[in-house]
Design a protein around this ligand. Structure first.
Ligand SMILES: [Cu+2]
Length: 686
């Protein structure tokens, strides 16, 4: 009944393209989550903090969630009255993040058709309630906007749940649930103590719950505008769950971004996205898990073990206080339990096709078939590489990243209404170390001449260089010391606009007119040199080189662009020996093409350092940099919004990075040669 929609959702690329075409591309619509929240990972609701007290305003309300098989299920939940959407329905409730020792105030307003409440299991101190009326387990907020206020002191750090304390078997199943995270004092990067330190940018929450749509439908009918008479009954003893959720979503919806406009009432994604741990990326990720449902769930990661460090908000210790954390390739999370896991993922083999290939050849792509012509395989078995796939096969792998399932190993729960795969599953996404990267696909000289080397020399920091000499031409007639108009044999390779400098013998001239033609207007005796006579045929050489590297295949929506350039400058000797420039080191400026300034030409038309579109990469390091005969490697992080640097239309996916090198010399300006060793771009793929 539903497979077409499931397959469509599995082709996330297609969904994203359709959404973009419809103007829905923003993944963080005005929703339940705070502005600027990350698109992947746990989204904390900080509430309002004042003088040691943190206050949250929740509203219990009803709404609908969508399931991947096309169903809409009536759900009760807690919404955040302080959210940008002002308490719009969301499932599950907001993630309440508090600090150990804080006074926590939770104000609840009830818009449901029956009384409801909140309990906070695991808090050592008493939870005081004011307002409302006494219920069986706690104080309740009455029907018709009744309110109740709960107060407690945040106890031991850890992962906790909060849920309805009223008619629990019905109301919790209906969706009245959420996560409470207590952080240790002063350490947002500790789950508990120093031994549980994690990377705060890689913190994940997986809140597990179950749905019996018959129960939800019965409640919906009973409280509808015109309930049937008599109202429908429901026997909780016949509970049969059909949907199994993580963070209120079922797979494959679980892997959509936080705040996805496709799921306006289910703001929290469950994708776990990491990069390999290494000496430069030492901290593990933290996965907080909560089971608010009535069933136990044997949760199972693929691709690596996870290390359980805590249960029910208590770190795992031996009787004498030693470390009792354990690694698991599957761990059952009981109903009502919470468990915390650290995840390290080490690429110990570090295979790559160039110099550390697998000992056996991977199968030829022509001999591989893919179900439904859709795959989570990049065509290459190597992390960070893409290969060839059969025509018509859609790959979800943007840059050769790897995907592993994380799912309930009760496989009936890995379904949506009995149809697999779906339900209580998400993915572990492993991006290449440092992020996705693209190789240089082209290079162009815009103010220089190729000495030796090719684009491929820029793909690795090794002994191969892409070498550029300043452009040269010759005078076609003799020059006296006062002439301000000179002719040259060729203007090819010299800038076509802007003022630039050339050297003739020991004199520097400024070209101020006639750029792009062979007759130039020049200023004489520049930069401390003296105007002099020059013979016909005298060499004319530029005092700068400009060249750019072109990257292709950068996906729209890529973020956090990082450009690395490694290179040096040598005297313009022949051969491959770099003769050092001992004084007056050339100045290098690395720029990127801003396509919104340059338009479709992509900054190619002009080479001058101030040409429109070529934007200097932001410090640090500051530019220009003096670069001599040893390789200098610099990495620049671009502003978060990378869209203007990624080409569109006929230039789709192109990024261009320009290296401008100049040598503003005084007398006797010796020529130089620019040697590019590595040009690299790294980004966060969407
Ligand atoms: Cu499995």
């Amino acid at each position: 009944m539903s497979s077409p929609r499931i397959r469509a959702l599995l082709r996330l690329g297609v969904v994203a393209a359709v959404a973009a075409a419809a103007g829905l591309a923003g993944t963080t619509s005005a929703s339940a989550i705070p502005a600027g929240a990350p698109k992947v990972g746990m989204v904390c609701e900080p509430g309002t903090a004042s003088a040691g007290t943190r206050t949250f305003n929740l509203v219990a309300n009803a709404g609908y969630i969508s399931t991947p098989d096309g169903n809409a299920v009536y759900v009760w939940s807690y919404a955040n009255a302080d959210a940008p959407d002002n308490g719009h329905f969301q499932e599950p409730g907001p993630v309440l993040c508090v600090n150990q020792g804080e006074n926590v105030v939770v104000n609840l307003r009830n818009t449901l058709p029956e009384a409801t409440s909140i309990v906070f299991p695991g808090q050592e101190g008493a939870v005081a309630a004011s307002g409302g009326s006494a219920g069986l387990l706690t104080t309740e907020a009455a029907v018709g906007n009744g309110t109740v206020t709960y107060r407690f002191t945040a106890g031991s750090p850890g992962t906790y749940l909060y849920e309805s304390g009223t008619d629990v078997s019905k109301q919790v199943e209906m969706g009245l649930e959420g996560a409470l995270v207590v952080r240790p004092t002063g350490h947002a990067d500790y789950a508990y103590d120093a031994s549980t330190r994690f990377d705060p940018s890689r913190e994940y929450l997986l809140l597990l719950s179950d749905i019996d749509p018959d129960l939800h439908h019965a409640v919906e009918l009973a409280y509808g505008a015109t309930p049937p008479s008599p109202p429908p009954g429901y026997d909780v003893n016949s509970l049969r769950n059909r949907y199994f959720s993580i963070n209120g979503r079922e797979f494959p919806d679980t892997i959509q971004d936080n705040g996805s406009s496709l799921l306006p009432n289910q703001p929290y994604g469950a994708l776990v996205r990491i990069q390999p741990n290494s000496s430069s990326n030492q901290l593990p990720s933290l996965i907080r898990m909560i089971n608010v449902g009535a069933l136990n769930h044997p949760f199972h990661p693929h691709g690596n073990h996870t290390r359980q460090i805590a249960q029910d908000g208590r770190p795992l210790r031996t009787p004498t206080g030693g470390d009792a954390s354990t690694e698991h390739f599957g761990e059952t999370i009981g109903a009502g339990q919470t468990q915390d896991f650290l995840l390290r993922w080490d690429d110990t083999d570090n295979f790559n096709p160039a110099n550390n290939p697998y000992p056996v050849a991977p199968p030829n792509y022509l001999n591989v078939t893919f179900k439904d012509n859709s795959t989570w395989y990049s065509g290459s078995p190597y992390l960070g590489y893409k290969g060839t796939l059969p025509t018509g096969v859609t790959t979800q792998n943007i840059c050769g990243e790897w995907y592993f399932p994380l799912h309930s190993h009760a496989l009936n729960e890995f379904t949506n209404y009995d149809q697999g795969f779906g339900g209580m599953g998400t993915l572990l996404r492993v991006d290449p170390a440092g992020g996705c990267s693209a190789p240089v696909a082209s290079a162009a000289l815009v103010g220089g001449t190729l000495k030796s080397g090719s684009v491929s020399a820029l793909s690795a920091a090794d002994t191969a260089y892409y070498q550029i000499n300043p452009k040269t031409t010759t005078r076609t007639s003799a020059t006296n010391a006062t002439q301000t108009s000179i002719t040259v044999a060729s203007a090819s390779g010299f800038p076509t606009s802007g003022t630039y400098y050339v050297r003739v013998d020991n004199e520097v001239m400024a070209v101020t007119g006639g750029q792009g033609t062979t007759t130039w207007t020049v200023g004489r005796g520049q930069l401390g040199t003296t105007a002099a006579t020059h013979s016909s045929g005298a060499a004319v050489s530029a005092l700068a080189t400009d060249w750019y590297a072109g990257f292709t295949g950068i996906p729209a929506g890529a973020q956090s662009l990082k450009v690395t350039y490694t290179g040096k400058n040598c005297a313009t000797t022949t051969g491959t020996t770099c003769t050092a420039l001992t004084t007056n080191v050339p100045q290098q400026t690395v720029r990127i093409c801003d396509w919104t300034i340059a338009g479709a030409t992509g900054c190619t038309a002009v080479a001058g350092p101030g040409a429109a579109g070529w934007v200097t990469l932001p410090a640090p390091p500051a530019q220009p940099q003096g670069v001599g005969s040893s390789d200098v490697s610099s990495t620049w992080n671009l502003p978060v919004n990378a869209a203007q640097y990624i080409g569109t239309g006929s230039s789709k996916g192109q990024v261009r990075v320009l290296v401008h090198t100049q040598r503003w010399t005084a007398s006797s300006p010796t020529p130089f040669s620019t040697w590019g060793n590595l040009m690299k771009i790294v980004y966060d793929a969407p």
